[in-house]
Design a protein. Structure first.
Length: 121
């Protein structure tokens, strides 16, 4: 973490080159930083996972979900107990710069939202 945070402070990712593609810096970054695609890891908890190449990761269809990741019935009401996240959900949140990493993020965040809602209901 010390090495990574040093890179973030410097604004240069010497290991992976984050922020070297202008489109990524402009479309997906935090422009208030020296390097829009590199920020310090300074607030716990931290999570990590091993990524594996699976496929292109860009879906064109999926189940319609609400803000709680509940699958919506064709009549407009959520289906009790049924949730979808990641590539199972309709890609309503994507725009320029969609990448397989964002696909993983959609699954993690959607799964968290679904779990939080399901545990409260």
């Amino acid at each position: 973490m010390a090495r990574f945070n040093g890179f973030a402070g410097e604004g240069v990712d010497h290991d992976f080159g984050r922020g070297t593609y202008p489109w990524a810096a402009m479309m997906t970054g935090d422009r208030s930083r020296k390097n829009p695609n590199l920020g310090p890891l300074d607030k716990a908890p931290f999570y990590g996972l091993r990524l594996h190449v699976a496929s292109v990761g860009v879906n064109a269809a999926g189940l319609l979900v609400n803000e709680h990741a509940q699958v919506m019935h064709v009549r407009g009401a959520p289906i009790r107990g049924l949730y979808a996240a990641g590539n199972s959900a309709a890609p309503l949140d994507i725009g320029a710069g969609y990448q397989s990493g964002l696909s993983n993020l959609r699954g993690m965040v959607g799964g968290f939202i679904a779990g939080k809602h399901a545990s409260a209901h």
